[in-house]
Design a protein around this ligand. Sequence first.
Ligand code: NAP
Length: 243
Amino acid sequence: MSENKGIALVTGGAGGIGAACCRELAKAGYRVGIHYRSSDLSAKKLMEELPGSFLIKADLSTEVGVDHIYEELKALGGIDVLVNNAGMTKDAPLMRAKLADFDQVVSVNMRSTWYLTKRLGRMMARKSAGRIINISSVVGSTGNAGQSVYAMTKAAINSFTKTCSLEFAHYGILVNSIAPGFIETPMTESLPEEEKLKIIERIPLGRMGKPEDIASMVRFLATEGNYCTGNTFHVNGGMYGAL
Ligand code: NAP
């Protein structure tokens, strides 16, 4: 670990992309808060691996879960970097999709990001500094058959990022999102092999991304990128680029 840069919280920090972000931010000198909901074992292992890191367990789909995170960070004196990474999907063609699944995906991917950012944004404003990095997805820009809700929530994250960047700029808080393409994590692990091959055919760099490919962009936006705010950065091996 290099110099102490303050506290960085990664939601869903024990998952595929989240754990890579925790490692990268710890290497960059942050004391990392590893948020998790159900991955107790991996979260604990990661905490043991990263000196100075700490755990926060909370269900982000609930108000009390978000409030708990706020209180924990308040007790530690605030937060410098927030990575809104936790997310989920329930895929189905729209005609067969269920309303209950819609509500669940929206509550984790969108509602929790809105509420956590609202609460922690105010905490950062008191310090007149902060970085917020939202993890969206390439499908928020391209759409994806079978992912009507997921893609909708990710597009919303990009729009939310823009609004927050406008509201928070004068507090010295920079807000950006990263839209990963297809990344090798538990979320994509369950895709049938045939579908994975089809996806890879659409990726100019000829491979799925690794969690570290996203984490290095998170690190850039947390530690450098001093003149970047309100952007969506696409990290997808060339399969899509915003013009
Ligand atoms: P992952 O390993 O499944 O990680 C997602 C994390 O979200 C999990 O660790 C989970 O925590 C947390 N989570 C889910 N529901 C939650 C809830 N109700 N409360 C709190 N935490 C909750 O998947 P990943 O691929 O690393 O995904 C990370 C982010 O990248 C997501 O936002 C995803 O949409 C986005 N993304 C992924 C890809 C990809 O190809 N993998 C592509 C584009 C965007 P627990 O395990 O502790 O329950």
